[in-house]
Design a protein around this ligand. Structure first.
Ligand SMILES: Cc1cc2nc3c(=O)[nH]c(=O)nc-3n(C[C@H](O)[C@H](O)[C@H](O)COP(=O)(O)OP(=O)(O)OC[C@H]3O[C@@H](n4cnc5c(N)ncnc54)[C@H](O)[C@@H]3O)c2cc1C
Length: 418
């Protein structure tokens, strides 16, 4: 097939490379196709290994991660900092070798055939350069907000991160290893505000006196400003003794679209990556899921045969929704997290991480089947204190239509963002 992939973020490059290697003619369009990705990515080593080439993808790995809720726990699950530049270089090399081409330009319009009997006609992709491309199928990985007509975002994850070179090259004990979540309030001065609008610390010890610290608001419909997140991180740094004397080597401003409103179908176009809601609505991760979805995309394209345009897009879109029931449960859980204040977040994650990783990973892995998710949710419920159980019951009752559809019935596919 003749494919046009819009966007050169991780999702665009992963999809374009997989499709080119599967034998399709692929054009990747972006204002700057070889620009480095701005974010730094972390991932579970197990998930990275599943997508291959772990050795070239990780700059740092940790065999366990720390989680601080009611107390500090060391969770037995490997974590890695992904070498974004290395991954981008690897994908670009493989893409070009497989015959893919990059096109510099911003997509300003996508024109699919208008009449039903033309559903198999090629789609035109118009560029700001005045040129256009013809595609049997368009993959839109332009991110959020991305190209015009982007989805409505219902919840964001915001974070303020700083990579520091510590004075004397010495890392304090509290920042050793990798901390996935430290729900301790930033400082006593922030306690009241933190109780209402909780944030946590995500921290990585990078060696030779370097650390990466990030103050993160997990998910909120009205997120905190980056200014407040920065102030909280600095209060935390003061408490940890790494404010003065440490130099800021790099800054990361994070804004992730965690929950998207259901989107109308765009004829001849399949959305991919953050644009398609691949960002996990409870964690913010998407990299390894985009990689796994790329494989699924190639498998779906195999089945398309001679169909083109919307006739090809419809089955591919359907193949990328792994399990609508599981997706509905994930969204239910994500919306519940939006409602938790500071103490409730601590209690919820204490119950969550008290389970063995083989159990809780079912809720973090986008691909896990609905049965495993239900089982894990039940176990979190049983392990949680009475106050959290009450909230869970209320939330399930309020959202009973969707919860029962997810548990037993046939969910409405329009509920699942595509
Ligand atoms: C600071 C930060 C930290 C993150 N950390 C992690 C992490 O640790 N682990 C993890 O798994 N995920 C992480 N994420 C989440 C997720 O992986 C990223 O959001 C990811 O970049 C989404 O990839 P994407 O390719 O779908 O979209 P994007 O990366 O947003 O890429 C969109 C691309 O589309 C292009 N584009 C936009 N409009 C047009 C147009 N009109 N025409 C052509 N091209 C266009 C853009 O130039 C860009 O190249 C993080 C995100 C951020 C922002």
């Amino acid at each position: 097939m003749e494919l046009v992939v819009i966007g050169s973020g991780p999702a665009g490059w992963l999809a374009a490379t997989a499709c080119a290697e599967a034998g399709h003619r692929v054009s990747l369009v972006s204002p700057d196709p070889t620009a480095p990705w701005p974010a730094r990515y972390g991932a579970w080593t197990r998930e990275l290994a599943e997508i291959g080439a772990l050795a070239t993808l990780a700059t740092h790995t940790w065999p366990t991660v720390g989680v601080v809720c009611d107390r500090r726990r060391q969770v037995d699950r490997g974590y890695a900092r992904v070498d974004g530049a290395g991954l981008l270089g690897l994908l670009q090399g493989r893409f070009l070798k497989a015959g893919g081409q990059t096109v510099r330009g911003r997509v300003v319009g996508v024109r699919a055939a208008r009449h039903h009997d033309e559903a198999s006609a090629p789609t035109r992709v118009e560029l700001d350069t005045g040129g256009s491309l013809s595609a049997d199928l368009v993959l839109d990985a332009s991110g959020v907000p991305g190209r015009a007509g982007g989805p409505e975002v219902r919840a964001w994850q915001r974070a303020w991160g700083e990579e520091l070179q510590l004075a004397g090259g010495v890392t304090p004990d509290g920042l050793r290893g990798m901390t996935l979540m430290d729900w301790t309030p930033p400082s006593p001065r922030w306690l009241a505000r933190w109780r209402e609008r909780p944030t946590f610390l995500y921290a990585m010890e990078l060696g030779e006196g370097r650390v990466f610290l990030e103050e993160t608001q997990l998910s909120a419909s009205d997120p905190l400003s980056h200014g407040e997140l920065r102030a909280r991180l600095h209060a935390r740094r003061r408490r940890l003794g790494v404010l003065n004397g440490a130099s800021v080597v790099d800054v990361e401003r994070c804004a992730l679209p965690m929950l998207l409103a259901p989107q109308a179908i765009e004829p001849g176009v399949v959305r991919f990556g953050a644009r398609a809601g691949f960002v996990h609505p409870a964690t913010g991760y998407s990299l390894t899921w985009s990689a796994r979805q790329s494989r699924r995309l190639c498998a779906a394209l195999e089945g398309v045969g001679a169909r083109r345009g919307e006739a090809a897009a419809a089955p591919v879109r359907a193949a990328l929704v792994s399990d609508p029931r599981a997706e509905l449960l994930t969204r239910f859980g994500a919306e519940l997290l939006l409602s938790l204040d500071g103490p409730a977040s601590v209690a919820f994650f204490a119950a969550f991480f008290a389970l063995p990783p083989s159990r809780w990973s079912a809720l973090l892995d986008r691909g896990s089947p609905v049965g495993r998710r239900i089982e894990t949710m039940s176990r979190v419920y049983l392990a949680a204190p009475a106050s959290i159980r009450r909230r869970l019951r209320h939330a399930a009752w309020r959202d009973r239509g969707r919860v029962s559809a997810a548990l037993i019935g046939r969910p409405n596919l329009r509920e699942v963002s595509r």
